[in-house]
Design a protein around this ligand. Structure first.
Ligand SMILES: NC(=O)c1ccc[n+]([C@@H]2O[C@H](COP(=O)([O-])OP(=O)(O)OC[C@H]3O[C@@H](n4cnc5c(N)ncnc54)[C@H](O)[C@@H]3O)[C@@H](O)[C@H]2O)c1
Length: 161
């Protein structure tokens, strides 16, 4: 139970790597806010995990919105008093070859995979209650440049802890 007593936010937590992280961190004793888009499976996933005895809440958040990201952090602090760990995992894959990628597709990918990680990290870093967080460090690991057919676009995950 290495995360006993810790509070955590996972963005993009309704599926894939995010959901696997939520499940593992719950097993390690953390209280986890599973966050994802409002229309995702996140609410049902969190409800099922919470019903199994873990402490898991769903909070909808689109990481392209500073307002929603800041509200996510503020609501977590209001609910549980702190945010100890953040996994800025929300992301999308590339849309195809760079030559076939429109400006709109490229900019949307950047807004989610890069700017979304920054918004999440900034929100968590600025909403740490006095007395908490001074020993924490922020680590952001941009993902690799995607598969061969997706070169030029990239994903990113961050971790604060
Ligand atoms: N799977 C891989 O091989 C791989 C490799 C490198 C990087 N990554 C990155 O890891 C992360 C997770 O990958 P995955 O394979 O689990 O993907 P996934 O598609 O299974 O999960 C991503 C989640 O992010 C959510 N999401 C998408 N846009 C969002 C937004 N604007 N706001 C909030 N949530 C949003 C989706 O609803 C989804 O639940 C992504 O950032 C991805 O780019 C994945």
């Amino acid at each position: 139970m290495r995360l006993q007593g810790k509070t955590m936010i996972v963005t993009g937590g309704a599926s894939g790597i995010g959901l696997a992280t939520v499940e593992r961190c719950l097993k390690e004793g953390a209280k986890v806010v599973l966050s994802d888009l409002a229309g995702s499976d996140g609410a049902a996933r969190a409800q099922a995990l919470d019903a199994m005895g873990a402490r898991c809440l769903f909070m909808p958040c689109d990481v392209t919105s500073t307002e929603q990201v800041d509200a996510l952090v503020a609501n977590t602090v209001e609910q549980w008093g702190s945010v100890d760990i953040v996994f800025a995992n929300a992301g999308i894959g590339g849309t195809g070859d760079a030559a076939d990628t429109t400006d709109a597709d490229y900019l949307r990918t950047i807004d989610i995979n890069l700017n979304g990680v920054f918004r999440t990290a900034r929100g968590a870093a600025t909403d740490v209650p006095p007395g908490l967080g001074q020993h924490h460090q922020l680590r952001v690991d941009p993902g690799r440049a995607g598969a061969e057919r997706h070169r030029g676009l990239f994903g990113g995950q961050g971790r604060r802890g």
